[in-house]
Structures are given as C-alpha cells and as structure tokens.
Ligand binder design. Structure first.
Ligand code: PHB
Length: 390
C-alpha cells in the first residue's frame, strides 16, 4: 500500500515538472519578424521594426495570458536568406507566427515553410497580387499593386493624361503594376506609348528616362519599390521632364513618406494612388504619426510602417480570439475576416483570399506646414485586390 502511494507521488512530481516545462514554453508567444534591415530595402525594415515595437509599447506584451516575444532577423533583402531564417525560426525557436517580408521574392521563397509547418505568415510589406496564393497560411496587411494601379488608371484619363509611358521595376510588383495600369487605362480610352522595365537591383534610370522624353507622352506612370522613389524623382526633375509637360504619376511607392520631405519642391503636384499617407486626416492616424515620430527621433511613418503596425494588430487580435488554442490553424482562422480601423482608414482581411480590402486614396504632393506631404483629395472605398477578381 505504502509503496503504491510513494510511486504515484513521484509520478505526480514528474508530471508536475514536465507540465511546468510545457507551461513555461506555452506561456510565450513568439513572433519571428524577418525583415531587410540592411541592403537595398533597409528603409522597409527600419519602418516595420519601429512600427511593431510601437504597437507593443502601446498594447503591452501580455496577450491572452501569454508573453509576446518579438524575434527580429535581418534577411539583407536576399530571398534565400529570408527562407533560411524563417526555417530556423520555425524549427529552433518554434515561433507561433512568421511576419515581415520586405520584398515579393522573399515572401514567395518562404511560403512553402509556412505551409509545411502550418505557421501563419503575415506579409506586412510585399505587394505582388499572387503572394497570398503561394500558401494557405499567408495573410497580408500591406496592399497589392493592382489595388493602387487600377485606381490610378481610372483617375489619369479623366484628368488630361491620355498618352502614357509606363516604367516599372522588372519583378513581381512592377509587372503587376504595369499590367493592371495598362489594361484599365486602355479600357478607359487611353494609349500606352511604351512600357519600360528597369532592373530591380541598382537600377540606372537615366537611359530609360531619356527614352520617355523622346516619346513625349502626357504622363509617365512609375512603380519602383519603397526606397527607390527619390532617385526616380531626382532624375525626372534633372532632365526637365516636368517642364517638358510630362506628368509623373504612379503608385504611392514613388512619393514614399520615408523620403518625400527630402525630394524638394519639384515633387509638388505629383499625383499618386495608394492606401496610406502620413497626412491621412483621421484622429487615429494623427495619434499614430505623433507617437511613431516621438519614439523614432522624428522619423515619419510610411506605408511600410502601417503594414507592420496593422500586422501586429491582426496577430494580437487573433491570439486574443483563439486564446492560443488550436495552434497555427486556430490562429490563422482568427486572422481571417478581421475588420478594424487602421491609421490608413478602415481595413478588412478577406476571409476567402486572406488579402487586405481597403480604401485607395488619390493624393497630390503639397507643402503642408513647411513639409512635403501626400495630401488625399479623393477616395475609392473598400477596394479588393483586382488581381484576384479574375
Ligand atoms: C515587393 O517587393 O513586393 C514590394 C517592395 C516594395 C514596395 C512594393 C512592393 O514598395
């Protein structure tokens, strides 16, 4: 009798010990944030890291009884590195969520890891339409190039821009921008004079801009990834293309809030279509911009920051709703269909496509309070990714 009691007591002790170990592990919720902190897309990494940290500072690091831990890895903008880091985060760190992804090739390279490990993957930056189709575990909080490009193709011909040359970075998002702008612009009665593609890495815009000048279009439609806009603007102005009557238009990536204020008065009047401007006039955005600047030595948040901030919101809400039950699948289910107010305006994660549905704004660069800003003057509400309509 005594012996049996002793055995069960030690069994209980072992059970208690192992469940304490499980509890300790279960009590942390790990977010693996893979970002380009160096290299060509470093501004994206800097913006998203700052936004994720701000979100945690404002909302605490305990959610549904779990301690949220952010693990940041620098993928240097190289897709093979992104994939390897994501794999290490899943296998060694046992992260609950993968997040970040500064460029399309990085997101696509990582998609199979999300699928195989059943880990939700929150794409906070990359914006090629097809990304969400690369894994059923991907949820996107940034935007898609078709959302912005179609909106621009509706605005331009109604505003005297009938003949356009397109100039895009030669990879996923650029090809989306070119195709969706072109198809809609032609449908609206416009003419595409020429379509130019520049290399994604270290592009020299000069020979391409010379071609544009010679073609004498009404407008030049541009997509380049965040961080490259200032170089395009500089060379466009240096060649006097604005004075030659060519209007620069594009997705908001070219008048990126991270760089806009340093672009100079030549940028004034440039019209773009996008989902976020630091000047978006909502109470929530004003608070966001103020807190972001305060925490980051005056840095202005750009559209990448808002993708990171909202990505954290989606993760926090999913953890609250699922209470950490059901693993990756439970978390993913709780991400689908979320509706909330973002600093960008209302946003919605479409449960079917796992992609973001949001307003697209038309904005014009203006000087406001001594600073250059994208000032919104029109809105197309609740835009679904046109890339998924077909
Ligand atoms: C992308 O690679 O998907 C990408 C990067 C930067 C942008 C937009 C899209 O500004």
């Amino acid at each position: 009798m005594k012996k049996r009691v002793f055995l069960s007591a030690s069994a209980l002790a072992v059970m208690a010990l192992s469940s304490a170990a499980v509890l300790a592990q279960d009590n942390t919720f790990k977010i693996g944030l893979v970002l380009p902190m160096t290299g060509q897309q470093a501004s994206t990494g800097r913006q998203i890291e700052a936004a994720a940290k701000l979100f945690m500072a404002q909302n605490g690091d305990t959610v549904a009884g779990k301690k949220v831990q952010l693990i940041i890895k620098d993928d240097t903008s190289i897709p093979d590195v992104t994939k390897r880091m994501a794999q290490e985060l899943v296998v060694n760190e046992k992260v609950n969520v993968l997040a970040g992804f500064g460029i399309t090739p990085s997101a696509l390279a990582t998609a199979p890891i999300a699928t195989q490990s059943k880990t939700p993957m929150v794409v906070m930056a990359a914006a090629t339409s097809s990304i969400t189709q690369a894994s059923p575990y991907i949820v996107r909080t940034s935007f898609t190039l078709p959302q912005a490009s179609v909106s621009m193709a509706d605005w331009a011909p109604k505003n005297g821009i009938k003949k356009v040359v397109t100039l895009v970075s030669d990879y996923g998002p650029g090809i989306d921008a070119e195709k969706f702008f072109k198809d809609r612009f032609i449908f609206n009665g416009g003419t595409i004079v020429e379509s130019l593609r520049v290399p994604m890495r270290n592009p020299d815009f000069a020979p391409f801009l010379q071609k544009v000048r010679d073609a004498k279009p009404d407008g030049l439609f541009v997509f380049v990834p965040s961080g490259a806009g200032a170089a395009v603007m500089k060379q466009f102005l240096e060649r006097g293309m604005d004075k030659a009557g060519i209007k620069l238009i594009g997705t908001g990536d070219i008048t990126d809030d991270d760089q806009l204020n340093d672009m100079g008065d030549g940028a004034i009047g440039v019209v773009t279509a996008h989902h976020y401007a630091a000047a978006h006039p909502s109470a929530m955005n004003k608070k966001f911009v103020e807190a972001f600047k305060k925490a980051n030595k005056g840095m202005r948040p750009n559209f990448m920051a808002v993708g990171g901030y909202d990505g954290m919101h989606v993760i926090y809400e999913a953890l609250k709703a699922s209470k950490g039950q059901g693993g990756g699948d439970g978390l993913l289910a709780a991400m689908k269909g979320q509706v909330f107010e973002s600093p960008r305006g209302p946003m919605f994660i479409d449960a079917q496509t796992r992609d973001v549905v949001q307003n697209i704004y038309l904005r014009k660069v203006q000087r406001v309070g001594g600073e250059l800003h994208n000032v919104e003057f029109d809105v197309i509400k609740d835009v679904k990714d046109p890339g998924k309509a077909k």
